[in-house]
Design a protein around this ligand. Structure first.
Ligand code: H2U
Ligand code: ZN
Length: 337
């Protein structure tokens, strides 16, 4: 049945994705992305994330050496918002939302993306993410700490200097609510959804991209984006601070290897949104929550042809052409550039 049109269930979110394997042969005369890759200098005097340079609002980025974290000068969420709710007949419903937004520069180097940093530097980024989770998640009003990176102009990154963001907020956002419901219902039945899922994927093998003792990277059975991947620590854990040094090193190495494979797939720095889903910090124990990372890259057939989430996707449900199995096969075969 997987050779013909079918739909697959995303067990984490409960959403279906339509898979149409025969459609990959269709011609394309639509938008092409700009595949030219500008050579980046190690330091750019115009870059507000490079050491010593000026940012918005009169702030200055210090002469940092490792990772550097600062409060976003244009924060979408701020801690001081007055608490309020508004409900007109159950139809116009609104709630205030408090939060904190930070920017994380991975290193002073303007030209080195996460995957090109030495593995101990990636580990340092991971330690920063863990510390931020502990600090922000430790605030008694913060329920969710979202670590993410938008890489490349195609994904809306506003600056090529390798960096990510952290948004911490008062309530669980939509994706977290869905993933929590699925994982808690598995936990209520005495199991971990992602431990069980990982065991099935490892036994099957068709969607595994890379793996070592501590981490498995795979194209999820229910992947929506053409080369979407799920990064799963093997062995149950809920958040980065739960991982010891060896497991953090393994995760850092998996991120390094995965992003290098992405970069070699179409011979360009692969754009993506990636992020970690760590256990909610709302005071609940959530023993069923399994730490994982999502990579959502938009490229479809080449450096210049991307997947658009339009039409049927916006109005009905996500749809994909190449199968998750063939995407995994290509990522497995890709060299680490
Ligand atoms: P993105 O490239 O993912 O947009 O992240 C860059 C962030 O940096 C963005 O959220 C912030 C923007 O608000 N920023 C500052 O905090 N200070 C500046 O001087 C420019 C941009
Ligand atoms: Zn820079």
């Amino acid at each position: 049945m997987f050779d013909t049109t079918h739909r697959r269930l995303n067990r984490l979110t409960g959403e279906w994705v339509l898979v149409s394997p025969h459609r990959t042969a269709r011609p394309w005369q639509g938008q092409v992305e700009d595949a030219r890759v500008p050579e980046l200098p190690a330091y750019d005097p115009e870059c507000y994330l490079c050491p010593g340079n000026e940012r918005a609002g009169g702030h200055r980025t210090p002469a940092y050496d490792g990772t550097f974290v600062f409060d976003n000068d244009f924060a979408a969420l701020t801690p001081g918002v007055a608490q309020a709710v508004s409900d007109r007949g159950g139809l116009l419903v609104a709630e205030s939302e408090r939060g904190v937004c930070r920017v994380v520069c991975y290193s002073p180097r303007h030209d080195l993306p996460l995957g090109q940093l030495p593995v101990e530097r990636i580990r340092a980024v991971m330690d920063t993410w863990a510390d931020q989770y502990t600090e922000l998640g430790g605030l008694d009003w913060v329920s969710w700490v979202q670590v993410f990176e938008n890489r490349g102009a195609a994904m809306g990154a506003s600056n090529p200097h390798p960096h990510g963001q952290i948004w911490a907020e008062e309530r669980l956002p939509t994706e977290a609510v869905r993933e929590l419901a699925a994982q808690e219902s598995a936990a209520a039945a005495g199991s971990c959804l992602l431990c069980d899922y990982l065991a099935v994927e490892e036994a099957d093998g068709a969607r595994i991209v890379l793996q070592d003792e501590h981490v498995t990277v795979l194209v999820p059975f229910w992947a929506v984006w053409p080369f979407e991947t799920l990064v799963l620590p093997r062995g149950h854990c809920g958040a980065l601070p739960d991982l010891d040094g060896a497991r953090r090193d393994a995760l850092a190495d998996a991120l390094r290897r995965l992003s290098r494979r992405y970069d070699s797939l179409f011979g360009v720095p692969f754009p993506y949104t990636m992020g970690l889903h760590q256990r909610p910090t709302d005071g609940g124990a959530h023993p069923g929550w399994h730490l994982h990372g999502h990579f959502y890259p938009p490229l479809l057939r080449s450096a210049t042809v991307r997947k658009f989430m339009v039409g049927y996707e916006l109005l009905a449900q996500p749809q994909r052409d190449i199968t998750p199995e063939s995407a995994a096969e290509r990522l497995r075969a890709a060299v680490e550039r």
